[in-house]
Design a protein around this ligand. Structure first.
Ligand SMILES: [Zn+2]
Length: 285
């Protein structure tokens, strides 16, 4: 079935365009969307953006875009459960064997796994090393209606984009916030994208109450080598707490998190180390 770029989610495509232009595309995304067709169109939009030969990228009409939308591009792979209840390990292996080859045309290869919650445990495990150590330029996008149904080890290796209305507003706020920070206080940060990634994993693990959160906290602390970086970490976490609170799915949890962040900020102001601050956050959440 032909995919219609008009179905792509405007806010998410704006976010992805920015990431692409800043060369900060993640190699693995998890799209949580109640409308799988919208998430799929957004995934295709991204691959069109990367490959489009038109002036207004992505135009959806050039030869490259057309082949992607028609499912005929040799570097574009869609995986789904077909008529079965699950996505099997053999299906994942076929992706991995593709990855061993060089892309047929462009620089990138693109994998979209639909209904990712249907991955069997075996298949999900096979997917893990594809997600953590891509040997070639590849973007893998998992699409699901419910990110909570994806096993944590897979989830924590992806950047999650929530497509529901509230989340879109939140990601917009996050962008504004990070832009402000970039211009003024984060100019000296050399490893900002590493930090961002570490912070993101930390937040995901923390919300899921995973023990990995503590390990991730120590990695953040090790990466935040100067005062500007520590400040950046705390601001990012504060912003994320605010977001979690505004999401409104669990107000008590959100309020608790915000309260903890206020305490953590006070601790940091009293020269408690970032490592200890984050430990406090994990152990009290
Ligand atoms: Zn095009």
């Amino acid at each position: 079935m032909k995919i219609d770029l008009k179905q792509a989610n405007d806010r998410q495509t704006a976010f992805l365009r920015k990431a692409y232009e800043r060369k900060r595309l993640s190699h693995a995304y998890l799209f949580e969307d109640a409308l799988p067709q919208e998430a799929l169109a957004t995934a295709c939009w991204l691959f069109c953006l990367i490959n489009c030969t038109g002036a207004q990228k992505p135009d959806g009409t050039c030869w490259q875009c057309q082949r992607i939308l028609n499912g005929e591009h040799p570097d574009f792979f869609r995986l789904k459960a077909l008529n079965q209840a699950t996505i099997s390990i053999d299906q994942v292996r076929s992706l991995k064997s593709e990855l061993a080859k060089t892309p047929k045309e462009g620089q990138w290869r693109f994998f979209v796994i639909e209904e990712a919650e249907k991955l069997t445990q075996e298949a999900a495990n096979a997917l893990l090393n594809l997600l953590e150590e891509p040997v070639a330029p590849v973007v893998t996008i998992l699409v699901t209606r419910n990110a909570a149904q994806i096993i944590p080890t897979v989830r924590s290796r992806t950047q999650i984009l929530y497509f529901d209305r509230f989340s879109e507003q939140r990601s917009e706020k996050k962008e504004i916030f990070f832009d402000d920070m970039t211009a003024t206080e984060t100019a000296s940060l050399e490893n900002r994208s590493d930090l961002d990634q570490a912070i993101q994993y930390f937040c995901q693990e923390l919300l899921a109450h995973q023990t990995m959160a503590l390990i991730q906290a120590h990695q953040i602390a090790a990466q935040a080598k100067n005062a500007a970086a520590v400040k950046y970490v705390l601001f990012s976490l504060q912003q994320w707490s605010q977001k979690t609170f505004e999401k409104g799915t669990d107000l008590t949890q959100g309020a608790h998190l915000l309260e903890l962040m206020l305490r953590v900020n006070a601790m940091s102001a009293s020269h408690v180390s970032l490592n200890n601050c984050l430990d406090y956050l994990v152990l009290n959440f």
